[in-house]
Design a protein around this ligand. Structure first.
Ligand SMILES: [Zn+2]
Length: 604
């Protein structure tokens, strides 16, 4: 694996799993555990649980589970060593490698991120000091960015010229190309990807720069924005510019603002609303939405969300349903983008977010505000146009409330409007239904629900052992467990020094029972138990004694000397009866326990 096991243990011990997971989703304390929405499957209720003391997580919805290293691996698509390195850097633990051959993919990623980081610094330095960057500095000032802003966001300038960056960095060709910094021209010469553009470095959610968004200078020809091409480190359909800075405030406010431009994100932060993100040269995708949903329940769109028309509306309603989120539209004064408003009227920008309208309300107002309502004919036409917008919404209750609003504004009889809404005019319903069905499949298609073991006294005892070891630990014994999976889990817990070690031990065994036991432990670790220890123990003891009794009775039936066991049988059945009664329960349980644990294990 490459890293010494002592170092891995130190990284686990030094890391606060709740803090790490909270960088990716909102966790709430529930009793002794933490809960949140699972980042690995789409869900509406928090099935994702974290045990801070044992440093383990478990999802009751999709079965995702593991320790903090597994979490970082899965959420950031890193390999084991990459995840340990990331956590080690975070916790300040120095790592020692056990072999020279570091994993190639990991080294590659490191090399590419290193190349992008050098490019960020070089472009940034160019912007701050190069004479040819003066117009770019002027442009940024005109957009309201101060020198401090430029430094905080590491804004850069890509000079004109074909290979200025390539010559400055002198990276190996393959690194230069794979990091998205440029390409090889027809004569195999490295050529810069960005020329004559203001560059906004784009960071992933953990703060590593992975690419750039380049804006052309006003008046120049060419596309307004040009972004890094997709690569192993840059994936535009799930990257969100600004998420690394905004995520804390998004969680705090339970709301994320989605805007279109890099300067809009910066403008929101400067206006005191530091929870805006922007897509990087694409429309908002389901992956973006899902990513934001794991931080907050409400999305505020701060761009002209209506421009894409009905298709956009269909997608928004499908997301609202599939991901149980509210989508609202910021009430921006017509035509002004957030970056400009942040300069001229920062309070107005904050208010536009605070007064954001539900998506359907926004679309409806747009239709009705544009309509003339002077004559009965005009009002009837407006009502019909409004009905068509309302018909897009999948909820009948929501549709009906807006219908009443339309009736009032257009002075139409609500009953008549309901009658005409019942026969929708132009709407093709199947298209929407398909889109929603697709959304659900995409959202849940990869998820297989784990088959969960039915809980019984044995699993309850194990749960208690993990939650309150002092209450039940000293009295438990292998003879009390009949279920091979629970027995394996119990053995692993008592023969190792930590839950993580027990899980590792079971995972190393590789057989079906051990892997089921590992799964069981990781689930139980995030659950609380309020069961009284003596009752759980009583059930376990009666269960084990009953099994022993049955085994002895079977033996008696085939034995040469039936009397040999008869006194034992009589004694045990009497104690079992007492242990089930109220009067002599405790003594009988204690006696049975003594007999069972002192007893050679013959019931197997
Ligand atoms: Zn899950």
């Amino acid at each position: 694996m490459g890293i010494s096991s002592d170092d891995i243990a130190s990284v686990r011990a030094a890391t606060d799993i709740v803090a790490v997971i909270s960088e990716h989703l909102q966790l709430k304390r529930v009793g002794r555990r933490w809960q949140g929405l699972c980042p690995f499957h789409s869900e509406k209720s928090g099935s994702f649980s974290v045990n801070a003391e044992e440093k383990l997580y478990y999802c009751f919805g999709c079965g995702a589970k593991g320790d903090v290293i597994t979490f970082v691996r899965e959420i950031e698509h890193l390999d084991f060593v990459g995840a340990v390195e990331k956590l080690a850097a975070r916790a300040g633990v120095a790592l020692h490698y056990t072999d020279e051959g570091e994993d190639e993919g990991r080294k590659r990623r490191k090399a590419l991120l290193g190349a992008v980081a050098r490019a960020v610094d070089w472009y940034h330095e160019r912007l701050l000091s190069a004479p040819d960057a003066a117009p770019a500095r002027g442009y940024l000032r005109s957009r309201g960015l101060t020198g401090d802003d430029v430094r905080a966001y590491k804004v850069g300038w890509a000079p004109e010229g074909w290979d200025t960056l390539a010559r400055a960095l002198r990276l190996p060709d393959d690194v230069f190309v794979d990091a998205g910094l440029g390409f090889l021209n027809s004569r195999k010469r490295p050529t810069d990807a960005f020329r004559g553009r203001v560059l906004f470095p784009i960071y992933d959610v953990t703060g590593d720069a992975v690419g750039f968004g380049g804006r052309i200078m006003p008046g120049e020809t060419g596309p307004k924005y040009k972004n890094s091409v997709d690569s192993s480190i840059y994936n535009k359909s799930n990257l969100l510019y600004g998420l690394n800075w905004a995520k804390a405030d998004i969680v705090r406010a339970d709301e994320a603002i989605v805007c279109e431009g890099y300067t809009d994100v910066i403008g929101f932060a400067k206006a005191g609303v530091p929870r805006a993100v922007a897509t990087c040269g694409t429309a908002l995708t389901e992956q973006h939405v899902q990513r934001l949903r794991s931080f907050a329940r409400r999305l505020v769109l701060a761009f002209d969300a209506d421009a894409a028309g009905q298709n956009a509306a269909d997608r928004v309603y499908a997301w609202e349903r599939a991901h149980d989120l509210d989508v609202a539209v910021a009430a921006l004064p017509g035509g002004i983008d957030p970056a400009d408003l942040a300069q001229t009227d920062p309070e107005g920008l904050a208010a536009a977010v605070a007064n954001a309208k539900p998506f359907l309300k926004f679309r409806l107002d747009r239709v009705l505000d544009a309509a003339r309502l002077d004559t009965p004919e005009q009002r009837a036409r407006a009502a019909e146009a409004a009905l068509a917008v309302i018909a897009e919404h999948p909820s009948e209750l929501v549709r009906d409330q807006y219908l009443l609003e339309v009736a009032a504004r257009c002075r139409v009889d609500p009953e008549r409007l309901r009658a005409s809404a019942a026969a929708p005019p132009t709407r093709v319903v199947s298209g929407r239904a398909n889109a929603q069905a697709r959304g659900r499949v995409e959202a849940t298609g990869v998820v297989t629900r784990p088959r969960q073991r039915r809980d019984n006294a044995e699993t309850e005892a194990l749960r208690l052992l993990l939650a309150r070891p002092d209450d039940i630990g000293p009295t438990l014994h292998p003879a009390l467990f009949a279920d091979p999976v629970v027995a394996a889990a119990y053995e692993a817990v008592v023969s190792t020094t930590s839950l993580a070690a027990a899980v590792d031990h079971l995972d190393e065994q590789g057989d079906a029972d051990s892997s089921a036991a590992s799964d069981l432990l990781q689930r139980l670790a995030v659950e609380d138990s309020d069961a009284p220890a003596h009752e759980v123990l009583g059930l376990l003891v009666v269960g084990a004694a009953t099994r022993a009794l049955a085994a002895m009775q079977a033996e008696v039936r085939t034995a040469d000397d039936p009397l040999r066991l008869s006194s034992d049988i009589a004694w045990i059945s009497l104690r079992v009866d007492e242990a089930r009664s109220d009067s002599a329960k405790e003594t009988a349980t204690a006696e049975l326990l003594g007999w069972l644990t002192g007893h050679p294990e013959e019931e197997g």
